[in-house]
Design a protein around this ligand. Structure first.
Ligand SMILES: C[S@@+](CC[C@H](N)C(=O)[O-])C[C@H]1O[C@@H](n2cnc3c(N)ncnc32)[C@H](O)[C@@H]1O
Length: 308
C-alpha cells in the first residue's frame, strides 16, 4: 500500500471509530477525538525506524502523550515554550508528571520558542527524519507559515503534516500560500466546524470534541506527484494583512491594542458601530476566536484524486 493510501486509511478509520487509545483519567487538553485518533493511527502505521513524530504546541500533553501511547517503539518530540494558556506556570510539570504516570519512555520535550527549536531541530532528531508533523502552536499567519517552512529540511520523503485550527482564515491562507509555492506538497484532507469549539454549544460542541476540534488541514509530501493540487478555501481580500502593517507601522501599536481591550471591557462596540458600519469581513459573531468558518463545507473532504 502506498504511503498516501496508508494515511487515507488512518483518517477514514478515525472518522469512523475515533481514538485508538483513551486515557481521559490522566490526559486533558484542547483537541478532538478524530484528530488525535488519526495521529495515533499514523504513529502506529507510518512511522518507521528512520522517522519520528514532531509536534509544535504541547500544552498539557493530550495530543503528544496520547499519540505516543499508540507506538512504544516510536520517537515523539514535543515543542512548547509554555508561555501561553499557562498563568500558573504548571503545564511543563504537568506534562512530565503525566508522562511518568502513563509510563511513557518514548517522548521528549523541547522547552523553547518554536522558531528556535525548529531552526536547531537536527540536534534532537538522532539522525531520523520527520514522518508525522503536527502543528498546533501560535496561530498568527507568520508563525503558521514559518512552522511549515522551517520543517521542510527535516521531513522524510514520505511525510504527513496535520495543521490544527484550520478553521481560522489566516491559518488556511498560510496553508494555501505554502501549498502554492511548494508544489511537492498536496492538500489531502480538510474538515471544519462553523466556529471555534470555545464558541460552540450543545450538540455542535460535542461534535467538535468528538471530531476534528477547530478544523483540520492534512497535507502530504507527494514525492510521486500522485495527487492533483488542491487548496483550502481563502478570501482574496488582503485587508487583514494590510491592517497588520498599518497597525504596526503606527506610532503606538501596543497602545492601540490597549484601546481595543478598553473598548471590549466597556462594551463600546455599539457606539463605534454607529460611527462606522463594520464590514461583513470584519464583524465576528463572538468576543474572541472568530474563525469565519461558518460557510465552509463541514463534513470531511478528501483530495479529489482519492478514489473511495
Ligand atoms: C492550543 S495549545 C496546544 C494544545 C495541545 N496540542 C493539546 O493536546 O491540548 C497551544 C500551545 O502552543 C504553545 N505556543 C504558543 N506560541 C508558541 C511559541 N511561539 N513557541 C512554542 N510554543 C508556543 C502554547 O504555549 C500552548 O501550550
Amino acid at each position: 500500500m502506498s504511503f498516501i493510501d496508508q494515511v487515507v486509511q488512518c483518517i477514514q478509520e478515525a472518522e469512523q471509530k475515533g481514538t485508538l487509545v483513551e486515557r481521559e483519567d490522566v490526559l486533558t487538553g484542547y483537541s478532538g477525538k478524530k484528530l488525535y485518533g488519526t495521529l495515533q493511527r499514523l504513529a502506529k502505521t507510518v512511522l518507521t525506524e528512520d522517522t519520528c513524530y514532531v509536534e509544535v504546541g504541547v500544552y498539557q500533553g493530550l495530543t503528544l502523550l496520547s499519540t505516543a501511547l499508540s507506538n512504544e517503539k516510536g520517537s515523539f518530540i514535543g515543542i512548547d515554550n509554555f508561555a501561553f494558556f499557562d498563568p500558573q506556570g504548571k503545564n511543563k510539570g504537568l506534562v512530565e508528571e503525566r508522562t511518568a504516570k502513563l509510563g511513557l519512555k518514548n517522548t521528549s520535550l523541547i522547552n523553547a520558542d518554536y522558531e528556535d527549536a525548529l531552526e536547531r531541530l537536527e540536534q534532537h532528531l538522532g539522525g531520523k527524519k520527520v514522518g508525522i508533523y503536527f502543528i498546533d502552536g501560535p496561530h498568527d499567519y507568520r508563525s503558521q507559515m514559518m512552522c511549515l517552512l522551517l520543517m521542510k529540511p527535516y521531513l522524510a520523503d514520505d511525510a504527513v503534516i496535520l495543521i490544527d485550527d484550520s478553521n481560522y482564515r489566516h491559518v488556511r491562507q498560510a496553508n494555501r500560500d505554502f501549498l502554492l509555492t511548494n508544489p511537492e506538497f498536496k492538500l489531502l484532507f480538510e474538515s471544519y466546524t462553523p466556529a471555534h469549539p470555545m464558541n460552540l454549544k450543545g450538540e455542535d460542541k460535542q461534535k467538535a470534541l468528538d471530531g476534528w476540534w477547530d478544523g483540520i488541514n492534512i497535507i502530504v509530501k507527494d514525492s510521486k506527484n500522485a495527487l492533483e493540487p488542491e487548496f483550502p478555501n481563502t478570501v482574496r481580500n488582503r485587508s487583514i494583512y494590510e491592517n497588520e502593517h498599518l497597525l504596526h507601522a503606527s506610532q503606538y501599536p501596543e497602545q492601540t491594542l490597549l484601546v481595543w481591550e478598553i473598548i471590549k471591557k466597556l462594551r463600546l462596540y455599539p457606539l463605534l458601530n454607529l460611527l462606522r458600519k463594520p464590514s461583513k469581513m470584519f464583524s465576528g459573531e463572538f468576543k474572541n476566536a472568530n474563525t469565519f468558518s461558518e460557510s465552509l463545507e463541514q463534513s470531511g473532504k478528501f483530495n479529489k484524486s482519492i478514489k473511495n
